[in-house]
Design a protein around this ligand. Structure first.
Ligand code: DAH
Length: 363
């Protein structure tokens, strides 16, 4: 390559400048930069010829070429800034987000009242130091009845309207658990006291009407320690009920009852009144039963290998669906399990509102 004349350099500059000004986008501009100033770029190659020039030639062409290079670098940088500003403006224009618009796609799902109430209960009991335990839906006679102190042939077994499976080869029949109490047995056999658990879960009984479905939900509670008494049981449940129904004062009574697995046993009733056809829970002259409870029977402790002279505890059980119906004014249980979107739209809860004690259980 022979040394370019000043004239040639000037023409070249005009040409290159136009190319830079016409670059349509940043990628195109980068291609141009490589073509002009890259290692094998047009201007770089010219600069390489300086070494072979005579000193006189170099004195003229050198500054001209270096000047060209500097101006091209500046020009490219300026054009680059223009192009990137324009690209940003375009992106801002087309990708504009109106944060005041409602969420899209529209929030369609909702939390089922049973899930909502389970979450509310879990919050309240977790705050009192309980953890969650679970057990299988398919149980055996030992865990569902025998270990819970239901004697063989005791009528309480029949009262549970149990769904039995066909006999297996050993002649025993599995069953769908009729309550969450068998998880007490499983948990005590696998864990050492102190124990503080709640057990939310599915339960099954052959029964169906406005307030009974063959599958329903219960939450069981169990506390085992060395010094546990009826006062703890009352305190715990009264606190729970106040928090759950979101009332400051509560009329309640514990009425003696019978459960094979507790002694003494009680049912807890809470006060309510009917105002303009609407049931108001918490206080009032009438009472309704909301849960069963009692001190864990010594036989149950023995059945799981605990010494009743050392350990005592209390237990309680309640229907989640029924509490959901009471709290949220739902008068038929059956649609709980119909998966009818219209019902869910009406009675469901907003998915992102998690119940908390501080922020409110239900809003
Ligand atoms: N398992 C009882 C039922 O299904 C409910 C119950 C009552 C559970 C008293 C308990 C309890 O743990 O102490 O009807």
């Amino acid at each position: 390559m022979s040394a370019p004349t000043e004239q040639e350099i000037e023409t070249l500059e005009g040409d290159l400048t136009r190319q830079i000004e016409r670059a349509a986008d940043e990628a195109g501009l980068e291609d141009l930069r490589v073509k002009m100033l890259g290692k094998k770029g047009q201007v770089s190659l010219m600069l390489k010829t300086l070494g072979k020039m005579s000193p006189e030639e170099r004195q003229i062409v050198g500054p001209a070429l270096n000047g060209l290079k500097t101006r091209l670098v500046d020009l490219i940088a300026a054009r680059q800034k223009n192009l990137s500003d324009a690209a940003l403006d375009a992106a801002l224009e087309t990708e504009r987000v109106d944060v005041t618009l409602p969420t899209y796609p529209e929030q369609n799902g909702s939390i089922h009242p049973v899930s909502q109430v389970m979450a509310e209960m879990t919050q309240i009991f977790a705050d009192m130091g309980f953890s969650i335990a679970e057990g299988p839906d398919i149980e055996d006679d030992f865990h569902n009845f025998t270990a819970l102190n239901f004697p063989e042939g005791h009528p309480a077994r029949d009262m549970h309207d149990t769904f039995f499976f066909p006999e297996d080869e050993t002649g025993s029949r599995k069953l769908l658990r009729t309550h969450t109490s068998p998880v007490q047995i499983r948990h005590m056999m696998a864990n050492k006291p102190p124990i503080r658990i709640i057990v939310p879960g599915r339960t099954f009984r052959c029964d169906s009407d406005q307030t009974h479905t063959p599958m329903f939900h219960q939450v069981e509670g169990l506390v085992i320690d060395k010094e546990t008494h009826m006062g703890h049981l009352k305190g715990c449940l009264v606190e729970f009920v106040k928090a759950f129904f979101e009332v400051d004062s509560l009329d309640y009574r514990f009425r003696p009852h019978f459960f094979p697995f507790t002694e003494p046993s009680a049912e807890m009733d809470i006060g309510y009144e009917v105002v303009n056809g609407e049931q108001r829970l918490g206080t009032g002259a009438k009472y309704m039963e909301i849960l069963g409870c009692g001190m864990v029977h010594p036989n149950v402790l023995k059945n799981v290998g605990l010494d009743p002279d050392v350990y005592q505890g209390f237990a309680f059980g309640m229907g989640i669906d029924r509490l959901a119906m009471l709290k949220y004014g739902i008068n038929d249980l059956r649609p709980f399990f119909d998966a009818d979107v219209r019902w869910l739209d009406h009675y469901g809860f907003r998915p992102l509102d998690m119940p908390t004690l501080a922020g409110g259980l239900s809003r």
